[in-house]
Design a protein around this ligand. Structure first.
Ligand code: PLP
Length: 378
């Protein structure tokens, strides 16, 4: 198998499994218990919190564990709206993940007004559009750091400064950015930032929400006193430990991530664009994560190509894994190129440091074969 769907999810690293194991086998208590067998796990959770905080330069007290990136995104928007009950306007973009978009659409049903900022053909946002969209009614701006389908990077620093200067809370979905680029929250005035473990080699089912000190926060999941009363539910100690360990490893690997992944991605991308006719890159050439390549194959349906690639043992995708079972064309590519069929004829390849040049060469050859097969069958 050649795994090129790392924006979908990543393999849990052996070191992460090893770190988690004792909390399944021997230390399986409840951290809220009064006896030591359980309560000693509180320090284990705090160590993981420090490790996650460290990945983004935050203070551990600013990190709340959640169940996933989706929950973090929902919780941040919910908290911002609760903080300003009189403000009924939100701003997001047309290319956000479904965990933001679908929540915004649900809020519209409740009477909120939502502005979905457009992007250009490269997937970039115009800051002037954001500036014009903010009004006295705006409670929160939710704009992602790195797009999951194209890897395109939004100008987060400038967005944060603009929001701060207009007194609007800023939530950033950094699920795809974390572990792929350096994040240092003290330097950027982001109020809320979402993370999920399974995009950087922790298991699925564990996420985190960064909430800047003094930023309003209220629970999204009501329950016990866990997470300082901000997120009810008995803590999943093994998953929290796994996310902490993965964050620690990701921080270490950040130094080499770009150097290792970018040449592989560029070999793949150039190999396909130069040898397969009627192909087109989706996403800005440089303002983009080093691991992501989104390519349109004009005249070839994404699903047909994915099936043939799967037969060749290659795992890629036609966009977000959360929407993979729907027939809908990619909303991201549609927002970028509304006049073309690119949104139904594209493949996302997302690499990781574990990929090899040999795998990439094999993938280019397989893509050439599969596209030839499909063209001859039309
Ligand atoms: N935000 C982005 C940009 C994502 O890519 C994803 C996952 O695909 C999520 C949020 C949701 O994360 P989770 O799968 O942990 O709910």
């Amino acid at each position: 198998m050649i795994y090129l769907d790392n924006n979908g999810t990543t393999q849990v690293l052996p070191e992460v499994i090893e770190a988690m194991m004792p909390y399944f086998t021997t230390d399986w208590g409840n951290p809220s218990s009064s006896y030591k067998f359980g309560s000693k796990l509180k320090t284990v959770i705090e160590t993981a919190r420090e490790q996650v905080a460290d990945l983004i330069g935050a203070h551990p007290r600013e990190v709340i564990f959640t169940s996933c990136g989706t929950e973090s995104n929902n919780a941040a928007i919910h908290a911002a709206l609760k903080a300003h009950p009189g403000k009924r306007h939100l701003i997001t973009s047309a290319v956000e993940h479904s965990s933001v978009l679908n929540y915004c659409m649900a809020l519209e049903q409740e009477g909120y007004r939502v502005t979905y900022l457009p992007v250009d053909r490269d997937g970039l946002l115009k800051l002037a559009d954001l500036e014009h969209a903010i009004t006295d009614e705006t409670a929160v701006v939710s704009l992602m750091w790195a797009n999951n389908e194209t890897g395109v990077l939004f100008p987060v620093k400038e967005i944060a400064e603009l929001c701060r200067s207009r007194g609007v809370l800023y939530h950033c979905d950094a699920v795809q950015a974390a572990s792929k680029i350096a994040i240092d929250v003290p330097k950027i005035s982001i109020d809320y930032l979402s993370l999920t473990g399974h995009k950087f080699h922790a298991p699925k089912g564990i996420g985190a929400l960064y909430v800047r000190r003094k930023t309003p926060i209220s629970p999204y999941v009501y329950g016990g006193h866990q997470e300082h009363g901000l997120r009810g539910g008995t803590e999943s100690v093994p998953l929290i430990v796994g996310m902490g360990k993965a964050a620690q490893l990701a921080r270490r690997h950040l130094l080499v991530y770009d150097k290792k992944v970018r040449p592989l991605r560029d070999t793949l991308e150039d190999g396909i664009l130069n040898s397969v006719p009627n192909t087109e890159l989706n996403g800005h050439r440089t303002e983009r994560l080093a691991n992501t390549s989104n390519i349109t194959f004009h005249g070839v349906e994404s699903e047909a190509l994915l099936i043939l690639l799967d037969k060749e043992g290659i795992c890629a995708s036609s966009g977000s894994a959360c929407l993979a079972d729907s027939d809908e064309p990619s909303h991201v590519i549609k927002a970028m190129k509304p006049d073309s069929t690119a949104s139904q004829q594209m493949i996302r390849f997302s690499l990781d440091v574990g990929n090899s040049q040999e795998e990439i060469r094999g993938t280019v050859a397989a893509v050439q074969r599969c596209v030839r097969t499909l063209h001859s069958s039309y």
